[in-house]
Write a protein that binds this ligand. Structure first.
Ligand code: FAD
Length: 456
């Protein structure tokens, strides 16, 4: 039986019993601010009258098997469009859907926006241009870039045809600003773990957080997790792929290299990376081995190996004459998983279509190349729609594609483009009370153009 502690027992357990006489009653939330130390300046109190339905150990070991019983979940929120994952695709999708008139909730497992762009420290924005330096990523992605540009130091170079580099903190700030302006409901620190389904139709998702396991109900869910966590939970068809898993880092004091000490013909530093908007600071990419980015043991091994490697490489650099002051500023908090689950959708992004510049009637955007080395490729709406499951759309690096297109599809601007399309399509599905597979694509295209997207 669970035994509830009274306030005095609770404070004693916290080591605060000596303060009880002096702090007054704590039950009233409005009078909660209580000093816990004479000079600490911190405040703490017992939270009363609010029930957090945290998970309560109801998983049983039965005959050596771990069994979870069925249970009713508290509903945290209800919305029209639920976007799971707040990377480049998810943030763009949420803003697009909201601007198109839907009520939108955006849920993210970490505490900030930007996904791999910020948490993964992937700062170089490749893929917004094609041959002839034409910029194909427009719309909300381009608006984000313009806003970044206005913040001093956020973008290194925005000349036409140049791949700009952003500052992760500036990106987090601009995304937050745009999400707030749009009026999106945000839930951070919530990890999507399951879908809620009525038959074959997704009607929301289940999240784990410090508040326990809760549900968010919606009319359409956009999977912007990068890993297809939502469509996989919904039973959609997908390919499970391996790819290179790396870890990005930032190094500092490159402006303090003592060139007079650098020996000509001597050992050269390895992996000094490329510039960022912060003077003397470089971001250092790491390709890493091809592994399964969904396997938790593999991810653990990658984190540990990459951190050792990055640290040791920096010590070697610091041992070289002239480089003594260069140092490792940070390793990315988010490991660099590139491709894992790839949706099997109604249509696919195909290399042959890029080569022949195929025009799609249901084009919802145009993808760019890494460095302007090839032409534009249209993205058919069908690449966002699962073959069988309803109520869900994919966006970002897990949309339906041939694997040989993955290294283009996953580039940040191309994720803006598919996020933008998924957001508008979801809003149209809600407004017209239909499933995403049945939306009038011409209507989606019209709104995308009104939102300044380029469809080819
Ligand atoms: C090492 C590396 C280097 C790269 N270099 C470049 C480059 O130079 N230029 C470039 O343009 N691109 C580069 N990329 C690719 C690019 O960064 C990503 O493909 C892009 O960020 C994908 O955007 P996304 O929104 O689809 O997914 P992500 O950026 O992965 O965002 C997904 C978001 O969903 C959240 N999430 C995931 N699962 C859940 C869940 N179950 N519940 C709740 N939230 C969840 C994540 O925390 C994250 O915030 C690189 C990628 C890597 C890994």
């Amino acid at each position: 039986m669970e035994k509830r502690m009274n306030r005095r027992e609770c404070l004693r357990a916290l080591g605060l019993s000596g303060l009880v006489g002096g702090v007054g009653l704590l039950g009233n939330r409005s009078a909660q601010a209580q000093r816990v130390g004479e000079s600490s300046g911190f405040q703490s109190s017992i939270i009363d009258g609010r029930k957090i339905e945290a998970n309560r150990g109801n998983t049983a070991l039965v005959d050596g098997k771990v069994i979870q019983p069925r249970r009713e979940l508290p509903v945290l929120h209800e919305t029209d469009v639920l976007v799971v994952g707040a990377g480049p695709a998810g943030v763009t999708a949420a803003i697009a859907a909201r601007r198109a008139g839907a009520k939108v909730a955006l849920v993210e497992r970490y505490g900030h926006f930007g996904g791999l762009w910020t948490g993964g420290l992937v700062l170089l924005i490749l893929g917004h241009i094609v041959e002839g330096k034409k910029q194909v990523c427009q719309g909300i992605g381009e608006e984000m870039m313009r806003r970044l540009d206005k913040i001093d130091g956020a973008i290194v170079d925005r000349r036409p045809g140049v791949n700009p580099t952003a500052d992760a903190e500036a990106v987090k700030y601009v995304m937050l600003e745009m999400i707030e302006e749009a009026g999106v409901d945000v839930f951070l620190h919530c990890w999507g773990v399951d879908t809620i389904q009525a038959g074959n139709t997704v009607r929301g998702a289940v999240f784990e957080s410090k508040s326990g396991r809760q549900a968010i109900l919606s009319k359409v869910v956009i999977d912007a997790t990068g890993d297809g966590d939502v469509f996989a939970a919904a039973g959609a068809e997908f390919a499970h792929c391996s790819h290179n898993v790396g870890l990005v880092s930032r190094i500092g004091n490159l402006d303090r290299v003592d060139k007079s000490k650098v020996q000509e013909g001597g050992a050269k530093p390895r992996r000094l990376g490329a510039h960022t908007p912060v003077p003397g600071v470089n971001w250092v990419n790491l390709t890493g081995p091809e592994v399964d980015g969904l396997d938790v043991k593999t991810l653990t091994r990658m984190e540990m190996n990459h951190r050792k490697f990055i640290w040791k490489n920096m010590q070697r650099t610091r041992g070289l004459p002239g480089y003594e002051k260069v140092y490792l500023m940070e390793t990315a908090p988010q490991i660099g998983v590139r491709i894992t689950r790839v949706l099997n959708g109604l249509n696919k992004v195909r290399l042959s279509d890029l080569r022949t510049a195929t025009k799609f009637k249901d084009s919802v955007g145009v993808g760019g190349s890494t460095n302007g080395q090839h032409g534009p490729w249209q993205i058919p709406y069908g690449a966002l729609v699962p073959t069988k499951v309803d109520g869900v759309l994919a966006s970002g690096r897990c949309i339906s594609m041939e694997l040989n297109m993955a290294d283009l599809v996953r580039l940040i601007p191309n994720c803006f483009v598919t996020g933008h399309a998924a957001g508008v399509a979801a809003a149209v599905a809600v407004a017209d009370r239909c499933q995403p597979r049945n939306v009038e694509v011409a209507k989606v295209q019209k709104i995308l153009k009104q939102q300044e997207a380029y469809l080819g």
